[in-house]
Design a protein around this ligand. Sequence first.
Ligand SMILES: Cc1cc2nc3c(=O)[nH]c(=O)nc-3n(C[C@H](O)[C@H](O)[C@H](O)COP(=O)(O)OP(=O)(O)OC[C@H]3O[C@@H](n4cnc5c(N)ncnc54)[C@H](O)[C@@H]3O)c2cc1C
Length: 313
Amino acid sequence: MDVADAGYVLERKVFDRTLTEMAGNEGADIIVKARATNVTKDNKGSVNGITFRYAGRDYTSKAKVVIAADGIESKVGRWAGIDTTHDLRDIDVCAQYLISKIDIEPEYCDFYVGREIAPRGYIWVFPKGPDIANVGVGIGGTVSGKGGKLAIDYLNEFVKRKFPEGKILGQVVGAVPVGDSLPQLVADGILIIGDAAHHSDPISGGGIANAMYSGMFAAETAVDCLNKGDVSAQALKVYEERWDKEVGKHFKRVCRIRDEALKFSDEMFDRCAAVLNRMPPEKVNMPTIFKTVLKHQPRLLLELRHLILAGWV
Ligand SMILES: Cc1cc2nc3c(=O)[nH]c(=O)nc-3n(C[C@H](O)[C@H](O)[C@H](O)COP(=O)(O)OP(=O)(O)OC[C@H]3O[C@@H](n4cnc5c(N)ncnc54)[C@H](O)[C@@H]3O)c2cc1C
């Protein structure tokens, strides 16, 4: 299905390096291979820097404001007194291979859903060239390990069946937040962004775009607050409000829709896909889905009512 502006496939290593280079060009000091070990606070408890370990030595870096971007296992927020822990139900566990010498359609991203192949998640094939793709699986945190099966086992089964001749060139494993956004995103002297703030999309688990939005909102708020000379939690809350207004407010609805869709059987998903297949891709929107379902599968509407009540339309 061709959907204009549906998204982009990027080379993550090149993308991250380019962003770092851009930051450096704008005057940022970059320290690689350094591990943050704690935050420092002033005598009123406001965050005013971090401590870090680099090349076997400990250092302290003072800052007027700290932005925590340390991913799903974020500790920086916790050191500042914000609870960043995840409920196991609110994460997906992922495994991904970069595989070459495979037969794919390089213009399309493929998604596979089904309780047998990826319980409470999905499999993706994201092309990186004519015969090379990122092939990955995400499964629910509470499902992982059940029956002795981990995400990598589901991935291996899929790859063996679908791409038996493929050559595995790389592997990534990790988890993504798929719950609601963290309610508290700021404390005195600190803001939290990206996966550390649970900002990945609750359905797709995709978090790159949202991490960039929250990074931008947080940076703009920090600059404003620095200019006004006030980096208290009260002043930094502008970031929290902007995130919620522009992106975060959709998370609760999306979580509800996701939870309803998760009750579907594989057979139900097949019927939904059959309906979507009847539509010209450029006409896939809510009113047309409604009309097509009504015409070809009126009973499906009855079954989809929970999604509609959850705020789908
Ligand atoms: C297998 C897999 C595939 C994915 N595919 C996609 C996809 O196709 N599209 C998409 O949009 N999203 C995808 N995601 C999700 C995406 O990777 C994240 O949402 C995104 O990277 C979040 O960006 P971030 O900067 O918040 O965190 P991260 O990218 O996790 O960056 C956090 C950084 O902080 C560093 N760090 C952590 N602790 C410390 C410390 N104490 N000191 C110093 N540094 C520290 C980490 O090493 C890391 O470099 C995928 C995730 C996984 C696991």
